[in-house]
Design a binder for this molecule. Structure first.
Ligand code: AMP
Ligand code: ZN
Length: 487
């Protein structure tokens, strides 16, 4: 099966055919850099990291552009509030975003253009739109004339009569149609400005993406992504600009990710329930954010709850415990030795490869991929390989599985942490959440170990009961007590 993806333009799944064989031009609308991003804002970055990686694993050479909107009213407002230049704000939050992005361990994009670096291209673009009779200027302000673009509304399935009847837009009597949108506007006192044929001013929001796409990727691109809120007006307007300027199709496939809700509510600053990616990663771990996002389909509205977070922690713990077992086995032999992968397990990995391909080729079914990974983890654990770790075939099986799972992990930006470190981080998160004192746990663990050595069963039972009462799971092993916090 070849790759199929859901195209918002046609409202159905379509087979993916690139413009140029073996190559993909991918653009994702990036952040407005005036604050830290919340966890919802990161859904696009995490989803399209996976999209890009799967395209690359499928043999495509992907050029991935993710822009920074560094000219915007919110940036200007914050700069005025803080008494600094807007560029101080935008550069600060680009740096902050990059810290979060690197912490998430997502692959660097091919290009991260900033609006301020593409002002000449934006001005040329607007001039071409005027020349093509798709835009008009009034008092230093340039508007796109949607009545002159026959396909307006084709992405969002809105027709102009409905729009005019059903929605209120701010009325500007100078506009030919109330839905005409701004391409260029005069700058107010104290705002950043650039010299243009229409006077000193700055661009409207929508034009930046069209101009950067043309400058970096060309007139037509393969895939354009963003959150569903961007379908109208932003992406609708991008299409009108692109097709009005270049007289050719703007983009073949439009992919939109749904929103993330927090505890059943839409995350919004006014509701005060916004959690930044940074705060989430500080409280939990980047792995937990990525796994949470990828466990649901990108087109489903996803509700982040404590329960989901706990399920995520349990799931990640299972994978990392298995990776820990693998490491113990792998360290037993020299790297140059090799045996055979256990036959049934080897077959399961092959079937799982096919299943994963099928899931991802069907509009990036990441939830199914995770389910398949768990089937393999369960099957590996059932081999009980620690008991046979001196066997060269066990080593080969473990080593092969490690490479296999890390390959898919890399694709999802998961499972690359050092297992012991990650398992400790999870324990730390859960100890904190449950208010358990680590020293007290260690004291009881020691008591349990010593009383077993001393064959003092009453004391051993006492330690067991106390640990369980605190919410600690444990096992007595040859190497002492292994414990973790119940999730
Ligand atoms: P904003 O800063 O609100 O303009 O958001 C930037 C982008 O992040 C938006 O264009 C959306 O596509 C996306 N976004 C905002 N909120 C959410 C959310 N709760 N879940 C998923 N994506 C979101
Ligand atoms: Zn955009």
């Amino acid at each position: 099966m070849s790759l199929k993806l859901y195209n918002t333009l046609s409202n159905k799944k379509e087979e993916f055919k690139p413009l140029e064989s073996g190559k993909v031009k991918l653009y994702l609308c990036g952040p407005t850099v005036y604050d830290l991003l919340h966890i919802g804002n990161f859904r696009g970055a995490i989803t399209f990291n996976l999209v890009r990686n799967w395209l690359e694993l499928s043999g495509y050479d992907v050029t991935f552009v993710y822009n920074y909107t560094d000219v915007d009213d919110k940036i200007i407002k914050k700069a005025n509030d803080e008494g600094v230049e807007p560029i101080v704000i935008s550069e600060k939050y680009i740096a902050e975003f990059e810290k979060d992005f690197n912490r998430l361990g997502l692959k660097k994009h091919t290009h991260n253009p900033k609006v301020t670096e593409y002002m000449d291209e934006i001005i040329d673009y607007v001039a071409t739109l005027i020349k093509n009779d798709k835009a008009y200027e009034i008092d230093g302000e340039v508007f796109y004339s949607i009545d002159n673009y026959a396909d307006y509304g084709k992405l969002s399935n809105k027709n102009l009569d409905e729009l005019n009847a059903g929605q209120r837009v701010e009325v500007d009597s100078r506009k030919r149609n109330p839905y005409d949108f701004v391409l260029w506007k005069p700058s107010k006192e104290g705002e950043p400005h650039w010299t243009s044929p229409w006077g000193e001013g700055r661009p409207g929001w929508h034009i930046e993406c069209s101009a950067m796409i043309k400058a970096i990727l060309g007139e037509t691109i393969d895939i354009h992504g963003g959150g569903i809120d961007l379908i109208f007006p932003h992406h609708e307007n991008e299409i009108a600009q692109g097709e009005g300027c270049n007289c050719t199709k703007y983009c073949n496939y439009w992919m939109h990710n749904e929103f993330i809700n927090l505890k059943d509510e839409k995350m919004s600053k006014s509701l005060g329930n916004v959690i930044t990616g940074r705060a989430f990663m500080d409280q939990y771990h980047p792995e937990i954010l990525k796994y949470l996002m990828l466990s649901a389909h990108y087109r489903s509205n996803f509700n982040v709850t404590d329960e989901k977070i706990h399920q995520t922690i349990s799931g990640l713990r299972r994978v990392y415990e298995t990776l820990n077992v693998i490491n113990t086995v792998v360290e037993t032999f020299e790297k140059n030795e090799s045996g055979k992968v256990e036959k049934k397990f080897s077959e399961l990995l092959k079937q799982s490869d096919a299943k994963i391909k099928k899931s991802l080729d069907d509009d990036f079914g990441t939830g199914e991929v995770i389910a398949t990974l768990f089937e393999t983890v369960r099957a590996f654990n059932a081999l009980n390989i620690l008991k046979k770790k001196k066997d060269i075939n066990s080593w080969t099986t473990a080593n092969t599985f490690k490479e296999w799972i890390l390959k898919y992990g890399e694709m999802m930006a998961l499972f690359q942490e050092e297992p012991n470190d990650f398992l400790s981080s999870i324990d730390e998160i859960m100890l904190k959440e449950k208010g358990i004192d680590r020293d007290k746990v260690l004291e009881l663990v020691k008591m349990r170990e010593q009383s077993r050595i001393d064959k003092d069963w009453t004391k051993a039972d006492e330690a067991r009961d106390a640990l369980h009462a605190m919410g600690i799971d444990f096992q007595d092993t040859d190497d002492g007590v292994k414990w973790n916090v119940k999730v």
